[in-house]
Write a protein that binds this ligand. Structure first.
Ligand code: BMA
Length: 838
């Protein structure tokens, strides 16, 4: 019904004077889409180069300082008697003045809210309507607000003033993100017509599970548009096969609640623990026979609580563990950042591909990080469908936020209410969390300066959000921040932990009081220090790894494809840009070429995360979660991500997938003492026979043990103890299950750079075409191979496993799929670490 949208930029204040609100001729206006993004529209029109390509990021900086107008025309019938016509904007980014037929309709100042305006009286009977939206530059729009700064990152926050506005906080750059703040109509626009009343909210919750039944609660709230009488609501619940289970019609004035008891409910589980049956809920509002409004929700039946009771085995500590349908679970997952800097145009297929990657990596939880956006509906729908729990931050990150400005407070309250109403019914929703790192940074500042300054913004996490949740969603657990809990916000005894000892060099003191000293020495940031972490739930820990060369080639200027070039350093947003060196020195040594940089950082990221995950999982049930920083990227860069911007999985992705296997065998080695642990996240006893061996790289073995094991459901236990040669350069401690119940694992007895692997040795590869889009590969070796890596130049190729070690005599099967493009055996190459040895 809307004609194609167009946009144009003006000097600040110039659009109105130039008649932009009035329609008129289209000279200088370029096409855009709604929802859409200004940068991408400019790129499509040839006005700018792709901001992610080469050095283009800086060249796009002018966009931020301009005034942007978006406009369209539409035909709409005049309101019938008693009818209300509204324009609904699901999201405007951010400081928008909206004009309809030349008249100011209203102004907006929060990207995270939907806005409704009654427009019946302004509509034109004939000749169509002109809708124009003026976006003022964001930073300038809050220039009159008093600055709110911390000693940390003060300059950056002062320049963008991001904390004074309700807009995605990562837009002005983050330690993984470019400076490309967005602007535009980033969510759909609709015209809605209603008589009498409309459905304002429809809510669903599983209240309790009994033996053979579930107790559900459904709440409906109306907004009255007239003095509406004799309203009824019909509520229907369909089971996962679309069979009608419940149909009830109730009289409703403003609110109605139903409590239902369902026999034999099909429970929703995470991907590792069961199925994801989804029910359909429908509500229809009517007045006698006349339908007025309807709403639908896809829901799952499950209970989800957060257990913070005392942990009797670790006195002075409390659990922090999610309990799904009565079962305490270990959360295996990662933190999610926006899937593009240009959040308006993330395709549904991109959400699907990334979230399916997460589930294939044995993840059961994703944390939507507070510096990005409340994600698109498609994100949560896929998480429901895939069995991936969501830890949902509210959108505040690493900053103080104004709390004495009543307009700002009310703006946040509206935002929180709307977002809770939008997301609370999702089966995947596990936690509401106040913000990212604001409490912990305030705590660090206080302990460094000896002060006791209260956090600006605590009002939201301690009062405003809890009050909204008490009304809108008292069922989903709430946590005031990440990290939070205990005697300090990053306590290892209570609540969640961000472990940045490894990588950033934050001090490891279990109940840390930060004294201002970072230890970035190789010993200080060594990934083996994850073993010192006794936290209850590690909601962030991570290490940089470069993306694949093919990704860098696609996005960087050819001249910049070398270590230390300006274009290369532009892709590293963390400071100092050589921070990774401390981690590389003891493991691989420093790289001399870009190729080595990619291999070395990929290896260290993979080994480090494996080490951390295994430690955290062995600590089950005292530790009940490991969420890696970070799952994805918002642009092609060098970051902590497991999957790069082009969707290519790094070595760390595959290492993580193995370490997150629901049944895991892992070694804990201290000096000559070795232990084998089995961690069983399944809800049943698991038995089998493990083969433990010390293999010689050149072939043969020192010894081998066959160990029958049987692990109780949902447990982690040491199953073996033995001795290993400390620092051995020519052998490796290995374990595999004779029935392949857990992934092969190994412990290197010395740093990779010192290992005496057979130089030049390469795998033998047999490739079979299984269909146009699938290849089956068998790999074999005659001596021990480190980091065997299959490569395909075809974008979107998925490897069932990759970047693994190959033992002599044990064949490895890998499946490669590409749903978009056909694959052929010639596309495939293989290499390994041994081949680059002198
Ligand atoms: C934590 C996150 C992010 C950041 C990451 C890496 O602080 O919450 O803010 O990008 O670590 O430094």
């Amino acid at each position: 019904m809307f004609e194609p949208w167009k946009l144009k930029d003006f000097d600040v204040g110039g659009g109105l004077a130039a008649g932009a609100a009035q329609g008129g001729d289209d000279g200088g206006w370029i096409d855009t889409t709604v929802p859409g993004d200004t940068h991408l529209a400019l790129q499509r029109a040839g006005r700018i180069g792709d901001p992610f390509l080469g050095r283009n990021e800086a060249a796009a900086a002018w966009i931020e300082g301009r005034e942007w107008w978006w406009r369209t025309r539409f035909e709409a019938a005049l309101p019938a008697a008693g009818e209300r016509v509204e324009l609904l904007f699901e999201g405007l980014d951010t400081f928008a003045s909206i004009y309809l037929n030349g008249r100011l309709l209203g102004a907006t100042d929060n990207m995270f809210r939907a806005w409704r305006f009654e427009v019946g009286a302004l509509l034109r009977a004939a000749g169509g309507n002109e809708l124009a939206i003026c976006f003022a530059p964001a930073t300038a729009s809050v220039a009159h607000q008093p600055q709110l700064l911390w000693p940390m990152a003060a300059e950056k926050i002062a320049a963008s003033r991001r904390n004074l506005m309700r807009k995605a906080q990562f837009g002005w750059g983050w330690d993984w993100g470019p400076n490309l703040p967005t602007v535009g109509v980033w969510q759909p626009v609709r015209i809605e017509r209603h008589q009498q009343a409309r459905i304002a909210a429809l809510r669903f919750a599983t209240v309790a599970l009994g033996t053979g039944h579930a107790e559900l609660r459904i709440d409906l709230a109306l907004e009255h548009l007239a003095d509406a009488k004799d309203l009824q609501a019909t509520i229907r619940l369909f089971d996962p096969n679309r069979v009608l289970l419940v149909e009830q019609t109730v009289a409703i004035e403003r609110e109605a609640s139903l409590t239902l008891k369902i026999a034999d409910p099909q429970l929703w589980w995470t991907a590792d623990l069961g199925a994801q049956p989804l029910y359909q809920l429908e509500a229809e509002l009517h007045q006698g026979p006349q339908p007025l409004d309807s709403a639908q929700r896809t829901v799952g039946i499950r209970t989800l609580t957060l257990d913070t009771s005392d942990d009797p085995a670790e006195p002075g500590s409390q659990f922090f563990r999610f309990v799904l349908n009565g079962v305490p679970l270990f959360a295996r997952g990662a933190c999610w950042i926006p899937a593009s800097s240009f959040v308006a145009e993330v395709a549904e297929s991109r959400y699907r591909a990334l979230l399916e990657d997460a589930v294939r990596a044995n993840m059961n939880m994703m944390r939507v990080w507070g510096g990005g956006i409340y994600e698109a509906d498609a994100f949560y729908a896929h998480c429901d469908r895939l069995g991936l729990l969501v830890w949902q931050d509210f959108m505040f990150a690493c900053a103080p936020y104004p709390q004495s400005d009543t307009a700002f407070v009310d703006n946040v309250r509206q935002e929180v209410t709307q977002q809770v109403r939008r997301l609370r019914h999702h089966a995947c929703l596990a936690l509401w969390c106040g913000n990212n790192e604001s409490q912990v940074i305030q705590h660090l500042i206080n302990s460094m300066g000896g002060g006791q300054t209260a956090l600006e913004g605590r009002l939201y996490y301690d009062e405003i959000i809890p009050a909204v949740l008490a009304n809108e969603d008292a069922v989903t657990p709430y946590w005031p921040g990440s990290p939070w809990g205990g005697s300090n916000p990053n306590s290892m005894k209570s609540g969640d932990v961000h472990d940045w000892m490894v990588w950033h060099g934050f001090p490891p003191v279990p109940d840390q009081t930060f004294v201002g000293e970072l230890d970035r020495s190789p010993e200080g940031v060594a990934y083996t220090r994850y073993a010192e972490d006794s936290g209850r739930f590690i909601s962030e820990f991570g290490i940089h790894g470069a993306p694949a060369m093919q990704t860098l080639r696609r996005w960087m200027d050819a001249d910049d494809l070398k270590l230390g070039s300006e274009g290369f350093l532009d892709r590293i947003k963390d400071h100092p840009k050589d921070k990774v060196n401390g981690m590389l020195i003891p493991v691989t040594g420093l790289p001399q070429t870009l190729e080595q940089y990619i291999d070395y950082t990929m290896l260290v990221q993979a080994e480090g995360l494996k080490f951390g995950i295994e430690h955290f999982r062995r600590r089950k049930p005292h530790c009940a979660g490991a969420l890696i920083w970070q799952f994805n990227d918002c642009w092609p860069c060098i970051s902590w991500s497991l999957v790069d911007y082009d969707g290519v999985a790094k070595a760390s992705y595959h290492a993580t997938a193995r370490a997150f296997s629901p049944l895991l065998a892992s070694f804990k080695v201290v000096g000559e003492q070795a232990e084998l642990w089995i961690t069983n996240d399944r809800l049943r006893v698991v038995s089998g026979t493990a083969e433990i061996a010390v293999l010689r790289f050149a072939g043969g073995q020192d010894w081998q043990v066959l160990l029958p094991y049987s692990l109780p459901a949902n447990s982690s236990q040491r199953v073996w103890r033995g001795r290993v040669p400390q620092g051995a350069l020519d052998r490796v401690l290995c374990v595999r299950d004779l029935g392949s119940a857990f992934p092969e694992n190994r412990h290197l007895l010395a740093p990779v750079k010192d290992l005496q692997l057979a130089p030049g040795a390469a795998p033998q590869m047999t490739v079979t075409q299984q269909g146009p889009h699938e290849l089956e590969v068998v790999l074999q070796a005659s001596s021990y191979l480190l980091m065997v890596q299959l490569e395909s130049p075809v974008p979107g190729s998925q490897f069932s496993d990759n970047h693994f070690d190959l033992r002599p005599g044990v064949a490895r099967h890998v499946t490669i799929r590409n749903s978009a493009s056909p694959l052929s055996p010639q596309h495939l190459s293989v290499r390994c670490w041994n081949q680059q040895l002198p």
